[in-house]
Design a protein around this ligand. Structure first.
Ligand SMILES: *Cc1c(COP(=O)(O)O)cnc(C)c1O
Length: 423
């Protein structure tokens, strides 16, 4: 029996499939907006708080615009993500450019848009100066290395390719200041899909202490700290969502205990979450098209790993609801599989679900972040459509499904082989 509630029922999805064939991703506008407002409300104590949505999680202009209407900025990491924001009119310090191993052309674009540039390495300071010129406002990404344990998913900071060491950080701020930079921010990202709220409070504490140390040793005063993204979501039904109010209250207390007495107020708190913003509000809808019984029982669906690669790539759990059988008893243990010629193309492995019949519609949950965006065309698989379930209950296509013409568009074909000889 499914324990997850849905903003639609089987009848509504059947209706939608008459216009838009499966598979497709469906996003819940009302859920997304309510969640965005909740995050903003939790951090309302901090003047200047802003969430910069990690565009890579769901780079669809309709979703970005909707989140922008809720006050979010955009966290970009590539040329395409910068241009996507530009085309929406989202520019200037509404963009945080947190990239790594960055090309000069990307820094030039970020500068042209007036984005907040977050440097991933001390050598990028002269590189940026040379390729694009230094802005007034600059941010550096801190990698605490042995000073902080990462979480299981992002791994040990000492082994992560991102950011500057503590020593480099102090050096970099001073060099930047000497070269005319006058406004500063500090960033870190040490967790991914972390469900422990206290982890983020500890991250804030670490950055607040660094802000104090920086002021003491260099006189440089930060304008903001960016706690990064990484707030997890309960992919499994037995997991609890992160209590955003508890995170915000914990950060507020550290701010009151550390930043206020140090005279470093006002200090803006920023975040750049992707997963917890859109993840739970996106669903991959797919139809069961085959059954196969060999050494195990398989349910073949019309979506595959190119629509959602987290299960195949990370062994990630994604909850599945069989529409119309929400209350049915789970009696059959199956692997739910796609059509890729890869044996890790499985949405669920040995999952006990209600009896699935051909033609049943399956909802794969929590596909609203790092879902469609991680899609690929391996094996000639095409990326599916994205639909928005709007607040008024209507459905709008916000990305069409790819076609074979899209697939062939970049290929150069040689002349066809000669006609077979006449018989
Ligand atoms: C991917 C990423 C994010 C978003 O991570 P989520 O787990 O989706 O919150 C934020 N910042 C940076 C630098 C990232 O690489």
């Amino acid at each position: 029996m499914s324990t997850r509630s849905l903003p639609f029922d089987e009848a509504r999805i059947r209706e939608i499939t008459r216009e838009y064939p499966t598979p497709f991703h469906l996003y819940d506008e009302a859920g997304m907006r309510a969640n965005a407002r909740r995050l903003n409300a939790a951090f309302a104590w901090n003047e200047g708080f802003r969430e910069y949505y990690a565009v890579k999680a769901a780079p669809n202009p309709h979703l970005i615009r909707l989140l922008h209407e809720e006050g979010f900025g955009c966290d970009c990491s590539s040329m395409a993500e910068l241009v996507l924001c530009e085309r929406l009119g989202i520019v200037g310090e509404q963009i945080m450019f947190t990239s790594n191993n960055t090309k000069g052309s990307e820094y030039r674009k970020a500068r042209e848009l007036g984005a907040i540039i977050n440097l991933d390495d001390i050598t990028h300071l002269p590189f940026l100066a040379e390729t694009a010129g230094l802005p007034d406002l600059l941010c550096f990404r801190y990698n605490p290395g042995p000073l902080r344990a990462g979480n299981a998913i992002i791994g040990n900071p000492e082994e992560a390719k991102y950011g500057l060491t503590r020593e480099q950080l102090f050096e970099a701020y001073q060099q930047a200041q000497q070269q005319g930079v006058s406004r500063f921010g500090l960033h870190t990202m040490v967790a991914s899909n972390e469900l422990n709220p206290d982890f983020f409070v500890e991250t804030a504490q670490m950055l607040f202490q660094l802000a104090i140390d920086l002021q003491n040793s260099t006189g440089i005063r930060l304008e903001f700290v960016n706690l990064g993204g990484g707030i997890g979501i309960p992919y499994r039904p037995e997991q609890e969502p992160v209590d955003l109010e508890r995170v915000a209250e914990g950060v507020r207390q550290r701010y009151a205990d550390m930043i206020v007495p140090a005279g470093l107020e006002p200090l803006r708190v920023l975040m750049e979450n992707g997963r917890c913003i859109t993840g739970p509000y996106g669903y991959l809808i797919t139809e069961a098209i085959h059954h196969k019984q060999i050494y195990r029982n398989y349910v073949g669906v019309d979506a595959c790993m190119s629509n959602l690669m987290r299960p195949g790539m990370y062994g990630a759990y994604h909850h599945i609801t069989v529409l119309g059988k929400e209350q049915a008893e789970a009696t059959s243990t199956v692997d739910v599989v796609g059509s890729l010629c890869e044996n890790n193309d499985k949405f669920a492995i040995q999952r006990t679900l209600p009896e699935i019949e051909t033609g049943d519609l399956l909802v794969i949950h929590d596909a609203g972040a790092h879902g469609h965006s991680m899609g690929f065309q391996y094996n000639g698989k095409l990326r599916s459509a994205e639909l928005l379930l709007k607040e008024d209950g209507s459905v709008q296509q916000i990305r069409r499904a790819e076609t074979l013409d899209d697939y062939f568009a970049t290929l150069e074909f040689p002349a066809p082989v000669a006609e077979p000889a006449e018989k």
